[in-house]
Design a protein around this ligand. Structure first.
Ligand code: KG4
Ligand code: ZN
Length: 354
């Protein structure tokens, strides 16, 4: 049996958790910065690092306390090494190094995307995943389509060429005057709107497995906003930078039609990949996998079992880092104390080779 402490600070959640054997959550503490960033309408990197520094000690202590164990019972300390915001990653990694030195426990630098993958191992049903599986990671920072052939074995089939799916939700949410983060608020607004009110573009990208959401975002902006009038620009210099929401459009219809465009393109590509690679299941994780329309459409189009985590494990957390850490620990990974962060770290079978 392994007891792994996970530490996650790659973006805007300061998180620590203890996971037993890669499957059972002994504790899972997440200090969210959503309220802090809401005033900026997005994650502000400098503010994020500072908040991580303030909270990390308390969050880790709480994770140990909630799990009812001491540092001596841990087998290893797993920490997110990347991808993510440099300043934020550094806070977690330096704290983890300090702990590793103080406790003599092994240090494991874990890929954040792999963490999202392993959130599925913390999720019912607990029966073993039937490889090969297709994995769709859709979060605020990432959109990745992976073929997973076994533990730690990934083939990257595609990903976003511009905005991540969650980022598109957040940007369109802001455009529509909805609170941050955009995803859940667009989903809520869409419930009272028509998904066929607008026919928004879906980038097909030559039948590749890549995604692009910037054209869609621009199309929504064209329908939803107007530039301030000449007189307003004269009254308020700089106003031309701020497109304003039109008063004669339905936010609900725009939200529903935008959501349908994102959900359709994600589901179509994932379903096609599932068929092309003859997988047994589809796994989905990351913040956007909380979206009910996406869950439903993906299941319908792929005609396969689709697994996704419960809400609290969809968004960033440290239990998923500890779960991935468990498999890496068994495989023999031991990171050096001089390990650096990897802000752009892609997840492939060779990801841990160097
Ligand atoms: O996984 P996560 O915490 O972020 C990263 O690791 O980057 O996911 C946060 C993202 C945000 O962009 C948020 O808008 C989106 O997930 N999200 C949703 C929903 N809930 C959260 N997007 C669509 N529908 C939702 N219900
Ligand atoms: Zn994430």
């Amino acid at each position: 049996m392994t007891y792994i402490l996970g530490i996650e600070t790659s973006c805007d959640e300061t998180a620590a958790a203890v996971v037993i054997d890669g499957r059972t959550i002994a504790s899972n503490v997440v200090a969210s910065q959503i309220d802090l960033h809401a005033q900026y309408g997005g994650v502000f990197p400098e503010v994020a690092s500072r908040a991580h520094i303030e909270k990390i000690g308390f969050v880790v202590e709480q994770a140990l306390k909630d799990a009812g164990i001491g540092y001596e019972q841990l087998d290893a300390i797993a920490v997110t090494r990347g991808p993510g915001l440099v300043g934020s990653l550094l806070v977690g990694i330096n704290y983890a190094k300090g702990l590793a030195v103080a406790t003599g426990k092994p240090l494991l630098g874990i890929n954040h995307i792999e963490g999202h993958v392993y959130s599925l191992w913390l999720t019912e049903p607990y029966n073993e995943v039937d490889f090969p599986v297709l994995v769709l990671i859709v979060s605020g920072g990432h959109t990745e389509l992976l073929l997973m052939k076994g533990h730690g074995q990934y083939e990257r089939l595609g990903g976003t060429l511009d905005d991540a799916a969650g980022e598109a939700f957040d940007k369109v949410g802001r455009m529509l005057g909805l609170p941050f983060p955009g995803g859940p608020n667009i989903e809520r607004a869409a419930l009272d709107g028509s998904p066929v009110a607008y026919e928004f573009p879906r980038a097909k990208l030559d039948n590749s497995y890549d995604f692009s959401f910037s054209g869609l975002k621009t199309a929504v902006m064209r329908e939803a906003t107007v530039m301030p009038s000449a007189s307003a620009r004269r009254r308020e210099p700089g106003a031309e930078k701020h497109a304003q929401l039109r008063t004669d459009v339905s936010v609900n219809d725009l939200a529903a039609s935008f959501q349908r465009a994102v959900v359709t393109v994600l589901s179509e590509k994932a379903a096609r990949a599932a068929k092309d690679y003859d997988v047994n299941e589809v796994l989905m994780a990351g913040g956007v996998s909380a979206n009910h329309a996406l869950r439903q459409t993906l299941r319908h189009m792929s005609e396969l079992p689709v697994r996704y985590p419960p809400l609290n494990l969809c968004t960033d957390n440290a239990a998923m880092i500890a779960a991935a850490g468990h498999y890496r620990f068994l495989e023999g990974l031991r990171s050096d104390l001089d390990m650096d962060v990897k802000p752009m770290w892609a997840l492939t079978s060779e990801a841990y080779a160097e």
